[in-house]
Design a protein around this ligand. Structure first.
Ligand code: ZN
Length: 216
């Protein structure tokens, strides 16, 4: 998967100009049809929007990639911003999953699943994003978080520090933590099974996607 702009016109232009590159080998990506349509519940209360991701094929190694919009979280039927709102309410306001579910208009079991997934990955997320902040932020000390209480809070802080760091780097102003997090993980920020895999997690420097519409 490759994370791309939520604006289809931008994606088509990027494909035409060869600006999108293969995460495996760095060659240009070319159009290769479409992935299946996914209904995604966005907003509060939910309104369903149908996303039909572009599929692209690498002109170098021939591997095909699904181009996932930055507003989507891999393997989730709800938009990334909705899941982020739940994680934030739980972490910073200490709301439980039932209260969040009522607030967002989602089933309590769904919200509980998001919170558990984030909690299960929290220590890995914190370590990964602090590492990427140190690597990518022009002045990492300026955005480095003071240690918070609790793993989930530290993870949220680390992603937020990374978002602030790349906002500085690309001079695009405020970047939401969920946009930065989704872009850096190719959509898998909220996918516990991905974080649990025993490999070194890599992040591409997400210049384009963070720069485009950074403040939504
Ligand atoms: Zn390739």
């Amino acid at each position: 998967m490759v994370t791309v702009s939520d604006d289809a016109t931008v994606v088509e232009n990027d494909l035409s100009s060869g600006r999108l590159t293969c995460p495996d080998c760095g060659s240009g990506l070319a159009r290769w049809g479409w992935a299946r349509t996914r209904p995604i519940r966005e907003g509060t209360p939910d309104r369903t929007r149908h996303h039909r991701p572009r599929r692209a094929r690498c002109t170098g190694c021939g591997v095909t990639h699904v181009l996932l919009s930055v507003v989507l979280a891999a393997r989730r039927a709800d938009g990334a911003a909705v899941i982020a709102a739940a994680v934030e309410a739980n972490t910073t306001r200490r709301w439980g999953h039932r209260r969040i579910a009522a607030w967002l208009g989602r089933p309590a079991s769904t919200v509980r699943g998001w919170l558990r997934a984030f909690a299960a990955s929290a220590s890995v997320i914190a370590a990964a994003f602090l590492g990427w902040t140190a690597r990518d932020a022009p002045d990492a000390a300026a955005v480095w978080p003071a240690p918070a209480a609790g793993q989930a809070a530290r993870a949220l802080q680390a992603v937020s520090a990374y978002a602030a760091g790349i906002g500085d780097r690309f001079a695009v102003g405020a970047v939401t933590w969920v946009r930065a997090g989704i872009t850096a993980t190719a959509g898998r920020l909220f996918t516990a099974s991905w974080w649990a895999e025993p490999f070194q997690h890599e992040s591409a420097l997400p210049a384009g996607e963070v720069g485009a519409g950074a403040c939504d």
